[in-house]
Design a protein around this ligand. Structure first.
Ligand code: ZN
Length: 228
C-alpha cells in the first residue's frame, strides 16, 4: 500500500519529522553543468526525490563562461541558463527544496539565481561560490543555506582560502575533505550526499556530524566548519 503524500511537508521539512507516517518526496534541482556526478544518486533515490535536471548534455550552447571570467564572447553562457531555463520552472510553481550543483554550477549558475532574488538551500561540490562575487563585485545575500564541499586535491585550489573568503552565516557549512580531488570519489560522495542535503535543508549540521561520528574509519578526517 502506498503512503499518502504528507500534507505537512513543506519546503523539504515536515513538522512531524521521522515520526510522520506519510510520504515525503522532496524536489531537487540539479545543475548538470559541473554537477553530473550526482545524477545517479538522484535516480537511485527516486522514491525519495523528485529530480529536475538542467542540462543533461556536456558542451551544449550554454556551456561557456561569461566574458567577465575572461572568456571569449559567445551568444549564450552559463548565466543565461537562469532566465531561460530555471526561472520559467520556478514561476510555473516548481520550486526546489534543495539545489545540487558543482564547479561551473556553483561558480556561476547558483550566484546568478541569487541575483534574481531566488535563494534556495544548496549543496555545492568544489564550493567555489566566491569567485563570481569577486568578479561581479556584488555582495552575498543574507540567510543563505549552503553546504560547500571542498577537496584538498582539487585543482580549484580553494581548500584553504574558502575558510576566509566564503561568507560566514549561520546556515553556511563548509566541509573539507582531505581525500577529495576535483571529481569526488563516486561512492564516498553518495554516502555524504544525504547528510549534506539534510544540512542544507535544515540549516543544522547534526546529520553531517553524525556521518562523521558513525563512520570513523571512512569519515573521521572530514572537517566541518560553521562559523558566524
Ligand atoms: Zn510528514
Amino acid at each position: 500500500m502506498s503512503k499518502k503524500i504528507c500534507p505537512f511537508w513543506e519546503r523539504g521539512i515536515c513538522k512531524f519529522g521521522d515520526k510522520c507516517k506519510n510520504s515525503h518526496k522532496y524536489n531537487i534541482f540539479l545543475f548538470g553543468h559541473g554537477g553530473r556526478i550526482m545524477i545517479d544518486y538522484c535516480i537511485i533515490n527516486k522514491n525519495k526525490i523528485k529530480l529536475t535536471l538542467f542540462n543533461t548534455k556536456r558542451g551544449d550552447k550554454y556551456d561557456n563562461y561569461p566574458v567577465i571570467w575572461k572568456s571569449k564572447d559567445t551568444p549564450f553562457t552559463l548565466v543565461d541558463i537562469v532566465p531561460n531555463l530555471i526561472l520559467p520552472k520556478i514561476t510555473s510553481g516548481i520550486e526546489p527544496d534543495v539545489i545540487l550543483c558543482g564547479s561551473r554550477g556553483g561558480q556561476i549558475i547558483l550566484p546568478t539565481l541569487w541575483q534574481y532574488g531566488y535563494n534556495y538551500p544548496a549543496v555545492v561540490i568544489n564550493g567555489d561560490i566566491v569567485n563570481h562575487y569577486k568578479k561581479t563585485k556584488q555582495t552575498f545575500p543574507n540567510n543563505l543555506k549552503l553546504v560547500l564541499l571542498v577537496g584538498a586535491k582539487d585543482y580549484f585550489n580553494n581548500y584553504d582560502t574558502i575558510l576566509s573568503q566564503a561568507p560566514w552565516q549561520p546556515g553556511i557549512f563548509i566541509v573539507r575533505d582531505p581525500e577529495m580531488s576535483h571529481f569526488p570519489n563516486y561512492n564516498r560522495l553518495n554516502k555524504m550526499l544525504p547528510a549534506m542535503i539534510q544540512t542544507a535543508k535544515t540549516g543544522s549540521g547534526i546529520s553531517l556530524f553524525q556521518l562523521k561520528k558513525n563512520n570513523p574509519t571512512e569519515f573521521s578526517n572530514l572537517e566541518i566548519f560553521n562559523r558566524f
